[in-house]
Design a protein around this ligand. Sequence first.
Ligand code: NAD
Ligand code: MN
Length: 406
Amino acid sequence: MRLSQLIRDNADELAKLESRNVGKPIRDSRDEVALAANCFEYYAGATNKIGGQTIPGAAPGVLMTFREPVGVCGIIVPWNFPIAITAWKSSPALAMGNTVVLKPAEQTPMTALRLAELALEAGMPEGVFTVLTGPGSVAGEAILTHPLVRKLAFTGSTEIGRRVMELGARDIKRVSLELGGKSANLIFDDCDFDRAVASAVSSSLGNAGQDCCARSRILVQRSIHDRFVQALTDAFEKVIVGDPLADATEMGPLVTRSHRERVMSYIDAGRAEGATLAAGGKAREGAGTYLDPTVFVDVKPEMKIAREEIFGPVVAVMPFDSEEDGVRMANDSIYGLSGSIWTRDGSRALRVARAFETGNISINSGSSVHLEAPFGGVKQSGIGRELGLAALDAYTEWKTVYIDVS
Ligand code: NAD
Ligand code: MN
């Protein structure tokens, strides 16, 4: 609880540090620092509310359970939301009595290091929340293979997630994974058109598209497809791209030059496979790793840009006909992390929400993460859930105690 207060007291400094860390707009950094403070507050509040049960078993005697810490938790986080993900994994682990060894991404260690200082200032004993910096192949694998680490919580790419499971298997470490996504934004012709367009922009360009929940596949019912593409393209061209520390900035640069090259290689692949650029497609000249918000149309479901996570400000727009077609296209992915449905028909919204193969879905909204609710993916988007009270399952073991009273 005290650490949560210290995060709030230092919010301005932390937000600036996060913007310098990632290159993300300062307004987003402020929100993410606030989420970090809220996480520590929420899970601090759980410490005296989560317990075991007394169970009416068949055997005579008393049957009860305790929820106990797992032990040392090795937590590995990516560069896109450094302080937010650090907080949402570490705070439930610490609240349930575990210790944490956290490795930030090598590109973005700054806010995690500052958080560790604040933890000491809050009175957390040394060694309870440790930050270990370094490349994944060295510092990361040291965590994955250390015999004293009993639990691995990883957020990052599906490729490295597989490695985490493989190495964790040696000691049967508990593993939870938050991995990649290629989420669908399913837009029906009876939607609130203007709100759907505005949300299609923010839910794909937020954090410059470097967001596991980015709605990078925009599926639009055919009768409004052309009108929607026109409005989306206009809106993409109006996005204020620039200095992360300027208050007006809506989209900053990409995290590194090499990441921008990777995103550009997807734009080249889209062109080569026959999709049409409706907006953007260019890396900006000069300082900073900026990339114009990019819209592809004439996209076929089998193209690379429709299947793989690009992790940049690039969307693929595809038309669909019936509700059934829309759902089939939305589910045609190895991933299942997030998604949105836009319609004014409440029955359809709930029908489609149930049919979506995903861990999180929003109706008439582009939101994904709610501190109070479980967050995570199905299929190759991950294993387990973070956030909400569901996260506590990943950071506790059940102990069953039976007392013979005869
Ligand atoms: P990444 O997998 O390359 O790296 C993630 C972390 O793993 C980094 O700290 C990295 O240093 C470490 N790492 C790399 N190789 C390792 C190894 N061999 N052993 C141990 N650790 C290793 O991911 P990234 O490029 O930092 O982030 C982008 C990815 O993260 C995207 O795929 C995105 O979808 C995913 N992501 C998922 C969520 C989610 O909640 N599902 C949230 C944010 C990001
Ligand atoms: Mn990476």
